[in-house]
Design a protein around this ligand. Structure first.
Ligand code: ZN
Length: 283
């Protein structure tokens, strides 16, 4: 099993969920052992590697920053790259935020599928978990433990009739990301959206790129894509954030009411616990 990149350039345009800015995005093949690297073409091709060390804040989306240059809402695209088994890719964009598309990873998955994958010479590397590491804060819990596959068990609990308690056990195997996770959209609540707008966030948000929940229903006229679309989107976010470890994970993530900040805290604790993981090559 060798590393892969995309077989040719692919481009797409859209708007940023939080900033509302127009952005042109281009994915380009990258050499072995590059991982994912964002390239701000509007700032002299300034590079920001997709890495835990550049996480700057993560309240409503995961934002990276290197030497003052910011890159926002990277998680749905990184999820699509990881979910499509792409190891190496340059991600060029000409603005501050990755386009939100339809609020899921589906459009990105489709683009990558059209471009195709190119196998490279070096063996794929994995981030293998050796010891359990956990993080807990204010009723939010997350842990990662050894497993011979990449799997995620997640629980959410929102007092809303469409959500309540949802749980999902996702196992990364051939095509499972595309079938079970990729099309699950992000969601928000009307009262939260007012608050976000006041904070100059969610400026690009609309019913075309999010499920918007009212206290007793939702504003979207189209039905949910899955009855448990909400938990599936949480798993999409976890896969996107954990792509910042730089390679596919061999381990089991267990998450209860987690969010981007908890993902970042667990990854940072994990990386500091050097006996808890190792990098292995595929044989
Ligand atoms: Zn998300």
């Amino acid at each position: 099993m060798n590393q892969t990149t995309i077989a040719k350039d692919i481009a797409v345009s859209g708007i940023g969920l939080h900033t509302g800015v127009d952005v042109n995005l281009k994915l380009r093949p990258a050499p072995e052992n590059t991982g994912y690297v964002f390239v701000r073409t509007d700032l002299d091709n300034f590079e920001i590697p997709a890495s835990v060390e550049y996480i700057s804040h993560c309240s409503y989306a995961t934002t990276l920053m290197r030497r003052g240059v910011v890159l926002s809402t990277c998680e749905h695209l990184l999820s699509a790259l990881r979910g499509s088994d792409v190891d190496n890719c340059f991600i060029e964009l000409d603005n501050i935020e990755i386009p939100i598309m339809d609020g899921s990873s589906e459009d990105f998955i489709e683009l990558i599928r059209k471009a195709g994958l190119a196998e490279q010479q070096s063996p794929r590397r994995f981030f293998r978990v050796l010891k359990t590491v956990d993080f807990e804060e204010a009723g939010r819990r997350m842990s990662i433990e050894p497993s011979d596959k990449y799997e995620i068990e997640c629980v959410i609990d929102f007092p809303h009739r469409f959500i309540n308690r949802q749980s999902f056990h996702f196992i990364f195997e051939n095509g499972s990301f595309g079938r079970e996770i990729a099309s699950a959209r992000t969601f928000g609540f009307t009262n939260e959206i007012e608050m976000l707008r006041k904070a100059n966030l969610a400026l690009g948000g609309s019913l075309d790129n999010a499920i918007v929940l009212t206290p007793d229903g939702m504003l979207n006229e189209q039905p949910l894509r899955f009855p448990d679309e909400f938990i599936r989107h949480k798993i999409l976010d976890i896969i996107g954030d954990f792509a910042l470890l730089g390679m596919p994970v061999l381990g089991k993530i267990i998450a209860e009411k987690s969010g981007h900040a908890v993902h970042a805290a667990l990854m940072s604790k994990l990386l500091k616990t050097d006996y808890a993981w190792e990098i292995v090559e595929a044989t």
